[in-house]
Design a protein around this ligand. Structure first.
Ligand code: BES
Ligand code: MN
Ligand code: ZN
Length: 494
């Protein structure tokens, strides 16, 4: 879809969408059109009790006195409370209203050039784009009339120049979200460790330095925890390293973002039950977010040094698979008794977190992982779990989550929980007791964090949404890309 920005000039034909605020009054361009249409638009508003409330819509077909096919009114609510996330949700509503047209014009004649509402216009356009994502490459029998058609969208407003400028970065972030959604939507016979890494290589064209380590290199580094998870798989495990050095000082310590990339999680020898096991294709969601974030940062040329690291493995049962009770030695030197091969994400992260710190000495490290079912029991799909060893970092991430509407809820950590990881024969075991599973998982990760400012996001509940969200169809959400982009833009750039 092509999205462009222009000055206000209502077209004579086609489909036009007008933003309307909740004072119930049309903007100047819409009012002029209403006059030409002998008041048919304002009459329709009255008879439908359309009040311009946020996300409310009204469709007026072929208004008399004009050659237009459709006039659609979309409520923006109260302009004072309109923020970027609300603007994106309004954009999603616009998309739904015009998806079956080939072209549409959105007239935002109620936005104020004086208040520099260009950013809001850009986010409305961004919402249209985000909502337009579809993963339909494997549908061969869908009829043409069922497919969306929108190819061209023109957004008109007084602050068109600032809207256009803001949209460059809004759109870069949407590219990142799409990169993530694609990786997550693909089945595990298509996205496995090597093919995931190969896709990430495409980011080199935007200036991301991509490096891939195979099993031999990881063995040399002593990554016994990560490698053990892949023992039962016919696919080679990979460590994917992506660097974006956009800061003035290219040598300044980076932010490290680490992702769990279990391309399929059968549970291994501690096999999962078959019902719902197909969902475990998106157990690489954390890695998917890391790759999409790198894409977004590079495309908007963020002024920051970030290194993204993804531990990519497949957890399969096999004659070569690790067994419950096996002891593995991690890169840190700490030994782990693998009591449950289904608690594999933490084993992967243990080595990648250690490697990230040893090699890059990051000033902040954030990992994302579909780590535990327990976080879904606690928060459902409305919040991701947040764990951190630093209150400021936790607060910054929480605030970014509020703005991006990808919300985080912080859990406690502490000695009491860490004790549950004691093993009789090794430095630790990979599972705690039956309770507080998300916290004991985070405690396990913390054993591989040195003096680094660190946060862990358990995104098991939010990567995939069966019902769809305001900005996505049922399926992958891309949750995390906008959140981390916002965190970086607000706290780490400049
Ligand atoms: N990938 C799963 C967690 C998960 C479950 C993500 C459901 C998304 C939806 C993880 O590897 C896992 O299996 N965790 C176990 C840990 C347990 C064995 C300690 C879990 O949560 O049951
Ligand atoms: Mn598992
Ligand atoms: Zn898993």
């Amino acid at each position: 879809m092509k999205i462009s920005f222009a000055k206000i000039s209502v077209p004579a034909q086609g489909t036009v969408v007008f933003g309307v605020t909740d004072n119930g009054k049309l903007g100047p361009a819409a009012a002029k059109l209403d006059k030409r249409a002998n008041g048919s638009i304002s009459r329709a508003m009255k008879s439908a009790t359309f009040a311009g409330k946020k996300e409310q819509t009204l469709e007026v077909l072929a208004p008399g006195g004009t050659k237009l096919d459709k006039v659609i009114l979309v409520g923006l609510g109260d302009l004072e409370s309109l923020n970027e996330a609300a603007a994106e949700r309004i954009g999603a509503v616009v998309y739904k209203a015009v998806a079956k047209e080939s072209a549409a014009t959105v007239v935002l004649d109620v936005l104020r050039a004086s208040a520099n509402d260009g950013g809001l216009a850009a986010h409305i356009a961004g919402g249209v784009r985000l909502r337009s994502y579809r993963f339909d490459k494997y549908r061969t029998k869908e009829s043409k009339s069922d497919k969306p058609k929108l190819k061209t969208l023109v957004v008109q407003c007084d602050a068109q120049a600032s809207a256009k400028a803001s949209f460059t970065s809004v759109s870069a972030v949407a590219d990142g979200v799409f990169f993530t959604r694609d990786l997550i939507s693909e089945p595990a016979n298509v996205i496995y460790p090597a093919s995931f890494a190969a896709r990430a290589k495409a980011l080199a064209k935007d200036g991301v330095k991509v490096e891939i380590l195979g099993e031999a290199a990881m063995r040399k580094l002593g990554m016994g925890a990560l490698l053990g998870v892949g023992d039962g798989s016919a696919r080679e495990s990979q460590l994917l390293i992506m660097r974006w050095d956009g800061a003035k000082n290219k040598k300044a310590p980076p932010i490290a973002i680490v992702g769990k990339g279990v391309c399929f999680d059968t549970g291994g020898i501690s096999l999962k039950p078959p019902g719902g096991m197909w969902d475990m294709k998106w157990d690489m969601g954390g890695a998917g977010v890391v790759a999409g974030l790198m894409c977004a940062l590079a495309k908007r040329k963020a002024k920051v040094n970030v290194v993204g690291l993804c531990g990519l493995v497949e957890n399969m049962p096999d004659g070569a698979a690790q067994r419950p009770g096996d002891v593995v030695t991690s890169m840190s030197g700490q030994t782990i008794e693998v009591q449950n091969t289904d608690a594999e994400g933490r084993l992967v992260l243990a080595d990648v977190l250690w490697y990230a710190q040893e090699r890059f000495k990051p000033k902040t490290m954030i990992d994302l992982a579909t780590l535990t079912g327990a976080v879904i029991a606690a928060l459902s799909n409305h919040y991701a779990g947040l764990f951190a060893n630093d209150d400021d970092l936790a607060a910054q991430l929480t605030a970014a989550g509020q703005i991006a509407e990808e919300r985080l809820w912080r859990f406690p950590m502490g000695e009491e929980y860490d004790k549950e990881l004691r093993s009789l024969i090794a430095d630790m075991k990979n599972i705690g007791g039956p309770r507080a599973g998300s916290i004991t998982a985070a405690q396990f990760l913390q054993r591989f964090v040195k003096n680094t400012r660190w946060a862990h996001l358990d995104i098991a509940g939010v990567v995939w949404n069966e019902k769809g969200t305001a900005l996505s169809d049922p399926g992958s959400t891309g949750f995390g890309v906008k959140l981390l982009n916002r965190f970086i833009a607000d706290n780490c750039e400049g």
